[in-house]
Design a protein around this ligand. Structure first.
Ligand code: 13P
Length: 252
């Protein structure tokens, strides 16, 4: 049985005051409930301390949106895995499509970041996904397979067992256009086949794979009803407590 995760990636939204407020509202909405999914908040770096102050001791986990692979040093503007860990973070995103496409991050860098996260005891959420032209050309599965292979090949059994994968088709991010549950499930199953070839059927079967891209309260239930979809990585709809809670407790 794989665990389910609902993670909110706040991207570059919410300063520390707004972020603490949103985290408090989400916690208030969770009070007295037993969500079926693990709930994770992924605020900007400067907002993280305020959010971890609010969530400490609760069921809500936190994560960083990115990290650099060195422990410390002359790397202006960067944040290390150790810094995230010492704040109490459990997770860190690696290779989000906005890091790949806006900041130009590539597989070799992402592989180093992923290993640094694992070494520090963080759970990496490794993001993959094709752009629209690749999907329209029928190349989506091959593109995603290559993204998985170039970064995850060579991980140890323990490392892959810890890593979470998020499939986020780039054309579905922030566009209101969602992959159909069937399309997403098919890609997740393809990712599992790639993992099976790289590792073992057991490890592939136990890897948690999230879907991301325009997830809303109105489509969360049908996405998560798919056996292959273990949870969701939410952008825009995670910025308001009511919509995020509507995804944590989706109604069909
Ligand atoms: P949206 O939910 O805003 O489409 O963003 C998805 C995403 O990129 C989450 O990481």
């Amino acid at each position: 049985m794989r665990r389910s995760i609902v993670a909110g990636n706040w991207k570059m939204h919410k300063d520390h005051t707004e972020g603490a407020g949103l985290a408090r509202e989400i916690l208030a909405g969770l009070e007295g409930t037993e969500p079926a999914s693990e709930v994770v908040l992924i605020p900007p770096f400067t907002t993280l301390p305020a959010v971890t102050d609010v969530t400490r001791g609760s069921i809500v986990k936190t994560g960083g949106q990115d990290l650099y692979y060195e422990d410390e040093g002359a790397f202006t503007g960067e944040i290390s895995a150790r810094m995230l860990k010492s704040l109490g973070c459990t997770y860190v995103l690696v290779g989000h499509s906005e890091r790949r496409h806006i900041l130009g991050e590539r597989g070799d860098l992402l592989a180093k970041k992923l290993r640094a996260a694992l070494k520090a005891g963080l759970v990496p959420i490794f993001c993959v996904g094709e752009v629209l032209e690749q999907r329209e050309a029928g190349d989506a599965a091959a593109v995603v397979a290559a993204q998985i292979q170039e970064v995850l090949a060579g991980l140890s059994r323990d490392e892959i067992a810890t890593t979470v994968v998020a499939y986020e088709p780039v054309w579905a991010i922030g566009t209101g256009r969602t992959a159909t549950p069937q399309d997403a499930a098919e890609m997740h199953s393809g990712i599992r086949t790639v993992l099976e070839d790289l590792f073992t059927p057991e490890l592939a079967e136990s890897t948690v794979i999230l879907y991301g891209g325009s997830v809303k309260p109105g489509n969360a239930a049908e996405l998560m009803a798919e056996e292959e979809i273990d949870g969701v990585l939410v952008g825009g709809a995670s910025l308001t407590a009511s919509t995020f809670l509507g995804i944590i407790f989706p109604s069909p």
